[in-house]
Design a protein. Structure first.
Length: 106
């Protein structure tokens, strides 16, 4: 859907470690990392991505996420620096609008 909306997407694939995701993001000079998780590992993987971005002086890369993430966890992730969490039922248009316009102001 994002590609169809004109967004350049670099898909890292399934089962990537936070280290692999951050390395690819830095190498590709991305504006944002979008993480979709349905495994319940969001409170481990996303904070690690944020930590690695900080270690690599790449905090200009925006992180957003989605999937099955409880609201309390979503609030905690936002406190850590995640700019948005999209829950189940979020319209594709809302995500497209965020990527095209929203996070640039974050």
């Amino acid at each position: 859907a994002l590609r169809d909306a004109g967004v350049e997407v670099i898909y890292a694939g399934l089962r990537q470690t936070p280290e692999m995701v951050v390395e690819a993001a830095i190498q590709e000079d991305v504006d944002a990392i979008g993480v979709s998780l349905h495994s319940g590992a969001h409170m481990t993987l996303i904070p690690r991505i944020l930590e690695l971005l900080k270690e690599r002086n790449a905090t200009d890369i925006v992180v957003f996420g989605g999937g099955i993430i409880p609201q309390d966890d979503a609030r905690e992730l936002k406190k850590m620096g995640v700019v948005e969490i999209f829950g189940p039922g979020t319209s594709l248009q809302s995500i497209i609008d965020f990527v095209n316009h929203g996070f640039k102001a974050a």
